[in-house]
Design a protein around this ligand. Sequence first.
Ligand code: NI
Length: 179
Amino acid sequence: MALREIRTIGDPILTKAAKPVREMTPRVKELISDMFDTLHEASGVGLAGPQVGVLKQIVVIEVEEEHPYVLINPKITKEEGEQTGYEGCLSVPGKSGVVKRPEHVIAEALDENMKPYTIDAEGLLARCICHELDHLKGELYVDLVEGELIDNSELEKEEQKTEEEPETEEEPETEDRKS
Ligand code: NI
């Protein structure tokens, strides 16, 4: 197990576009394995190459435990619908903000054996794919946030309030997800 340092907002590498992976090498394999270790250690759901200082088009996602995805050179080929909810990022520690994303995306990518595959994703997985692919373009979710970024401690208070008053009107999902 090897952990990589997670770069945080202000680090210029997070604003740079990542380059496609041409071939699978032992070094790239090791990077992917380290990215999963780093993701698990940080209790996140997704991590992109630039976040660990590597400008390669590699994303790891584990929205559901035991359901890991490796996306190499990914592209979104279809977007449908809309979802609005809180989003966080391991590169923006302690903060969350409301972001609108498509409810349904189809993405094409290569797996860890450089074999092409398609992901058909809805809900949180769709949100996560959009968020991580933005990282590969050098974009952070903070530029898409509606309203203000809030501290996660504020979000927790809001969640408790929502639980105490179940009759209130529909509010954005308040799951704490970092990717
Ligand atoms: Ni992120």
